[in-house]
Design a protein around this ligand. Structure first.
Ligand code: ZN
Ligand code: ZN
Length: 178
């Protein structure tokens, strides 16, 4: 809106640029985080173009979209860490995860017969306690303490606490129920 209001570029150029960079990226099933990072990368491309020839009307058509998109994915993984911890690319979690004690890597599975929710799953970290095949020894269930499931009761819903627990807020506890 600022660019158009100041007359720096016409709406047809700005909107086409936004559609190519942001909305087309989302249509390709990327997250809004990646689209946001890609948008910033394109602004940088125009800013630092040595020939001063790139602008919103031609920067996308110039090519190199794949390279810039993979850079945007890396930036999104590094910048948006809602669960804390080390940056992880989607799809690279299993092979990138470091296991300090053994060389076993998490295979993404968990033992859902376990009565204990996995602390790493709930914190958004790679699981540390693994069986020899890489299956987590704990259940990948929510470890939010709640008041209505007996002593030490957990929410135990099929979600990670760090991504938001939908249990009745009035029954959530900071410490295990006695
Ligand atoms: Zn786990
Ligand atoms: Zn929960």
């Amino acid at each position: 809106m600022t660019i158009i209001a100041l007359g720096l570029a016409s709406a047809t150029i700005v909107l086409k640029f936004m559609d190519d960079v942001v909305f087309a990226t989302i249509r390709m099933k990327e997250t809004f985080r990646v689209a946001h990072e890609l948008f910033i990368i394109y602004l940088r491309e125009m800013d630092f173009d040595p020939a001063r020839a790139l602008h919103m009307g031609n920067v996308f058509r110039r090519g190199g979209q794949d390279t810039l998109l993979s850079e945007a994915r890396r930036n999104a993984a590094a910048s948006f860490r809602t669960c804390g911890g080390t940056p992880q690319l989607d799809g690279a979690k299993k092979s990138d995860a470091k296991n300090p004690k053994t060389d076993t890597k998490p295979n993404g599975k968990s033992d859902d017969s376990s009565k204990k929710p996995c602390p790493d799953f709930n914190a958004g970290r790679p699981c540390k306690k693994l069986k020899p095949d890489g299956t987590c020894v704990f259940a990948h269930r929510c470890n939010q303490f709640v008041s209505d499931k007996g002593p030490g009761g957990y929410c135990f819903g099929v979600h990670a606490r760090c991504t938001g627990c939908d249990y009745d807020a009035a029954k959530k506890l900071r410490a295990p129920a006695a």
